[in-house]
Design a protein around this ligand. Structure first.
Ligand SMILES: NC(=O)c1ccc[n+]([C@@H]2O[C@H](COP(=O)([O-])OP(=O)(O)OC[C@H]3O[C@@H](n4cnc5c(N)ncnc54)[C@H](O)[C@@H]3O)[C@@H](O)[C@H]2O)c1
Length: 348
């Protein structure tokens, strides 16, 4: 059903959550009514926008007091499941940060609760919203690839531990290292461009040599991987290889690349200059000549994932990344960690 009044939005977790909050505050279709964080310093900048009555350190109290229409969950990964489910049960739609959860079981429960509550559950697979990614998806949907049969996808960093010693490096809070942090985006992009095939097996390995040495030298806790690699087979016969790392001996600070290979052409989404500038490229052959073209920067604008969620709810149309998409990635994460533990290929 279409909604005409602005959606009343709340954000839980004000790290990356500040981007959600800003988008809701600025969009004409939404109103920011509350922000929640345990750290008062992260709440303070929002006092002028939401008033004293919109600042909370307890999300459950916020849900009871304000009954928001849409809640963004931008907390450490291990809290995504519980807070999402509580918000859905309180009647809110939810936009949950990636990764959807720290296990397949939890992710399935979140999807089931959304279905029971009749509410939307979006997952912030934000790289889909970059202009080149959307253009590449348009090309894939238009048949540019022919039949996609293989993807190579990676995000590796030279030295990019998020807050070494903090929650990202603790399995109980994060669920894993760069695979669950960075790999989520690159696995999702590859599968999205491939037409969302169903992963059926995964085999892989994880390493922690650099992080272990750094933890020992600094006395900080770190119990997840700093590197992962894997091989995935899909139900339609297609395959994928991936690599992710927070640290490694490489030239660029950040190296991101997703290449989907098809019978008629290949599509590439990658960063340029070692940072967060993205390009889209296409490779094919015509009249016996190899062609290589780039998506023109003017061909599509990068869109805002938070404001798109608001629009999708208000206009009762699909969101670009929903629970099904989050689950597809989660399946590979669970399988890869199991494969790394057991040294065997895992059937998903
Ligand atoms: N989509 C993306 O590209 C993207 C980018 C960055 C982070 N993320 C995701 O966003 C989530 C948060 O990451 P971050 O970088 O903002 O981390 P962060 O540590 O900077 O922020 C998390 C915040 O949650 C607060 N918090 C913790 N427990 C809480 C609780 N019980 N109640 C209320 N507040 C609580 C902390 O005080 C902190 O301010 C993670 O899941 C991460 O993977 C996604």
């Amino acid at each position: 059903m279409k909604k005409t009044s602005p959606l009343r939005c709340a954000v839980v977790g004000m790290g990356i959550g500040r981007h959600h909050a800003k988008a809701y505050a600025e969009h004409p279709g939404s109103q920011l009514v509350a922000v929640v964080d345990l750290d008062p310093a992260r709440l303070e900048p929002w006092r002028a926008t939401v008033g004293d009555e919109g600042l909370f350190d307890d999300y459950a109290a916020m849900l009871r007091a304000l009954k928001p229409d849409l809640v963004s969950v931008a907390l450490p990964n291990a809290l995504h499941g519980r807070v999402t489910i509580d918000a859905l049960r309180a009647g809110a739609h939810v936009l949950c940060e990636k990764p959807m959860a720290t296990s397949m079981k939890e992710a399935r429960k979140m999807q089931e609760e959304a279905r029971k509550a009749g509410r939307r559950l979006g997952i912030n697979l934000s790289y889909r919203f970059t202009a080149p990614a959307r253009a590449l998806k348009d090309l894939a949907d238009d048949g540019f690839l022919g039949t996609p049969y293989h993807a190579v996808t990676k995000w590796t960093r030279r030295d990019g531990f998020p807050g070494f010693g903090g929650w990202f490096g603790r399995k109980a809070l994060s669920g894993g290292g760069p695979l669950i942090d960075l790999g989520v985006h690159r696995l999702d992009l590859a599968m999205w461009l491939m037409g969302s095939p169903e992963p059926v097996t995964v085999s892989g390995a994880i390493h922690d040599h650099i992080a272990k040495a750094r933890a020992a030298a600094s006395g900080k806790t770190f119990d997840v991987e700093d590197f992962s690699t894997g091989f995935v087979r899909f139900a339609n016969g297609a395959s994928l290889v991936f690599e992710t790392s927070w640290a490694g001996h490489q030239e660029e600070p950040e190296s991101m690349m997703t290449m989907v290979m098809g019978t008629q052409g290949s599509l590439v989404h990658r960063n340029e200059g070692g940072g967060y500038q993205f390009v889209g490229e296409c490779f094919t052959e015509r009249a016996g000549h190899r062609l290589h073209s780039r998506i023109h920067p003017d061909s599509r604008a990068t869109s805002n994932p938070y404001q798109e969620m608001v629009a999708a709810i208000r206009e009762d149309r699909p969101y670009l990344a929903d629970a099904e998409d989050g689950l597809r990635v989660q399946k590979i994460l669970d399988g890869l960690y199991k494969s790394a533990r057991t040294g065997r290929e895992v059937r998903l």
